[in-house]
Ligand binder design. Structure first.
Ligand code: S3P
Length: 439
């Protein structure tokens, strides 16, 4: 863990060829959680073998679930049923993974045993009250630090949780999913209403496991009255990983790239909509449904981009893609303005500040605001930037190299392994002039 990784990108290049990026992170987490709680054996294909999803996998092994693999993205999960998890011997260490911690807090609140959830420095600084407060309203007992952060000490309240009707103050799929998982153990109905649509993989996968979930407009309702039947899951490629190459091919003249088997769930496709509004040339080909989730091949060729005001309704649908969209904005003609995205300040890093700082170092006029950024497109220079341990920042600045006029050095890139360990090899193969130094 003490190894530090530095990316170095030589300027220029174009992206060509075809690739299948690794499996969707959100769905990989959920496949372990629901597969573990199911009756019977669940087979998973396309599982993301990266640190975040592996943290969830280890947590369920620690709670007594037998899981074979992963081998080439394939897993066999021997489900223990809704009430079959066992008390782990130690704390559950969830690394950098906010999804693991927030979803598990809901699931574990209603178990017959106690647990402690811990994480790395970044995860230990992220807000957890957004889950512990509504869970407390359901009767959960979870202790946090004074600041409302991890470690989370969860006293299992089996049989004692009460359903609630919760109107979420923020658009968060993690909060929604946390409460739905708690609702599987609560008396009466648990309903969550979201202020704007967020990713609905939990709802879709629950339905795929035959667990009843009711959706009426922006409200989702679940009860304890159901069980999960094992299912086969085929995880598509992660559009959040594909996004780096969608932007890369859009900004680098001469690019021509096919990204295969990408998940295009409409709650995730904001990045395509935003890039198209900016003038990108992206075609969605061969649309099909795989295991209840829409999938397509994405064909992208270079096209000059123009600055836009990003429509706020697209923010939750592209929430993880803004670091690389800021790079697209830096390469666009004119001004791009993002508003309504204050959530970016509490991701793996403060993505507004960290991206603005890095872009400014590269000579881009990028002005952070409380809830977004204003970027004037123009030339990108070289320099040394810091990713602050945030995987998506490291990968975004690698893509910026395609349009830079001098080398870019990116420090602190270890956490690329949390979501996309193959990034450096794939980026190189497709045309980014990336080398990597390990100290
Ligand atoms: C995720 C939801 C999003 C996203 C995160 C994964 C999920 O977070 O940023 O990377 O799998 O539910 P929020 O729901 O907090 O916006």
């Amino acid at each position: 863990m003490s190894k530090s990784i530095t990316f170095q990108v030589q300027p220029g290049g174009k992206l060509q060829g075809e690739a299948r990026v690794p499996g969707d992170k959100s769905m990989s987490h959920r496949s372990i959680m629901l597969g573990s709680l199911a009756e019977g054996v669940t087979h998973v294909k396309g599982f993301l073998e990266a640190e975040d999803a592996l943290a969830t996998l280890q947590a369920f092994r620690d709670m007594g679930v037998e899981i074979e693999g992963p081998v080439n993205g394939e897993l066999t999960i021997h489900g223990v049923g809704k009430h079959g998890l066992k008390e782990p011997k130690n704390e559950l260490y969830l690394g950098n993974s906010g999804t693991s911690m927030r979803l598990l807090s809901g699931l574990l609140a209603g178990q017959a045993f106690n647990t402690v959830l811990t994480g790395d420095k970044s995860l230990s600084g992220r807000p957890m009250k957004r889950v512990t407060e509504p869970l407390a309203a359901m009767g959960a007992e979870i202790e946090t630090t004074e600041k409302g952060t991890a470690p989370l000490r969860i006293i299992g309240k089996a049989g004692q949780l009460q359903g609630i009707d919760y109107v979420m103050p923020i658009a968060s799929a993690q909060v929604k999913s946390c409460l739905l998982l708690a609702g599987m153990y609560a008396q009466g109905e648990t309903s969550v209403t979201e202020p704007a649509p967020t990713r609905d993989h939990t709802e879709r996968m629950l339905a795929g496991f035959n667990y009843p979930v009711k959706k009426e407009g922006s409200k989702v309702t679940i009860t304890a009255d159901g069980s999960l039947t094992a299912a086969d899951i085929d995880v598509p490629s992660d559009i959040s990983s594909a996004a780096f190459f969608l932007v890369g091919a859009s900004i680098a003249p001469g690019s021509d790239l096919l990204l295969k088997h990408v998940g295009i769930n409409p709650t995730r496709t904001g990045v395509i909509d935003i890039l198209k509004l900016m003038g990108a040339n992206i075609e969605v080909l061969n649309e099909r449904t795989v295991g209840g989730e829409p999938v397509a091949d994405l064909y992208v060729v270079y096209s000059p981009l123009k600055g836009i005001d990003i429509p706020e309704h697209l923010v939750p649908l592209a929430i993880d893609e803004f670091p690389v969209l800021f790079v697209a904005a830096a390469c666009a003609e004119g001004q791009t303005r993002l508003t309504g995205a204050e959530e970016l300040r509490v991701k793996e890093s403060d993505r507004i500040q960290v991206m603005a700082d890095g872009l400014q170092i590269l000579g881009v006029d990028a002005q952070p605001t409380a809830d977004g950024m204003v970027i004037q497109g123009g030339p990108i220079g070289g320099g040394e930037v810091i990713s602050h341990g945030d995987h998506r920042i490291a990968m975004s600045f690698s893509i910026a190299g395609l349009r830079a006029s001098a080398p870019i050095t990116i420090h602190d890139c270890e956490n690329v392994n949390t979501s996309f360990p193959e990034f450096r090899d794939l980026a190189k193969r497709l045309g980014v002039n990336l080398t990597c130094r390990e100290d």
